[in-house]
Design a protein around this ligand. Structure first.
Ligand code: SAM
Length: 187
């Protein structure tokens, strides 16, 4: 059966992330991707996870502590657009993931925004190693979601094909704005 955007995002990450890698969860939320990445990078790797909501950081801390993964995770209660203040220059980044939108069962007014998403993408691309991947899963059914989808789609389409492979993945016959996944791979 075809994979959902969520499962496909994890397959795309597992293809490239191995022990000892440095990776970023740009939107930690409840920590599902943070925990998944923490397992992939092993005890010698590092996951930098960002979220502007304190509650997201607390939920994620609880999750990774219960799983015994906190030794390899840096939780940051700040926006992903600040990534350059955290990752030293020349850090070899193997992968990053964004889940854009709002935190489910939480305040729907706190959403990712096109300008900060673009800033974070620009910065993260500068760290990406060859064969590294940045995955952006866009949920866009909420107010402001379509503008962010347009930004991400245009951003991805304009990346030079000499340097990046970019794909989009979506179910085109589903109701209720199913998420669209973009994957940017550095050649
Ligand atoms: N991947 C998460 C999970 O596994 O639960 C879900 C992420 S949720 C769709 C989007 C998250 O992005 C929210 O928790 C929200 O607080 C966060 N967010 C909004 N603006 C942000 C920013 N500038 N930097 C980092 N996170 C941000």
């Amino acid at each position: 059966m075809l994979q959902t955007a969520l499962h496909f995002s994890h397959s795309l990450l597992s293809d490239v992330v191995t022990e000892g890698n440095v990776v970023v969860d740009a939107t930690m939320g409840n920590g599902n991707d943070t925990a998944f990445l923490a397992q992939l990078v092993g005890s010698s790797g590092q996951v930098y996870a960002f979220d502007i909501q304190k509650r997201a950081v607390e939920n994620t801390k609880e999750k990774i502590t219960a799983l015994g993964l906190s030794d390899r995770v840096t939780l940051l209660n700040q926006g992903h657009e600040t990534v350059s203040a955290i990752l030293p220059k020349e850090t070899p980044l193997t992968a990053a993931i964004f889940n854009l939108g709002y935190l489910p069962k939480s305040d729907k007014q706190i959403i990712t925004k096109p300008d900060t998403t673009k800033q974070a993408l620009d910065r993260l691309l500068s760290y990406l190693v060859p064969k590294g991947r940045i995955i952006v899963v866009v949920y866009y059914g909420h107010d402001g979601g379509k503008a962010e989808l347009d930004l991400v789609q245009t951003y991805c389409q304009q990346l030079p094909q000499e340097i990046y492979n970019v794909l989009s993945y979506q179910f085109i016959n589903q109701k209720n704005n199913p998420p669209i996944l973009f994957c940017i791979e550095k050649k």
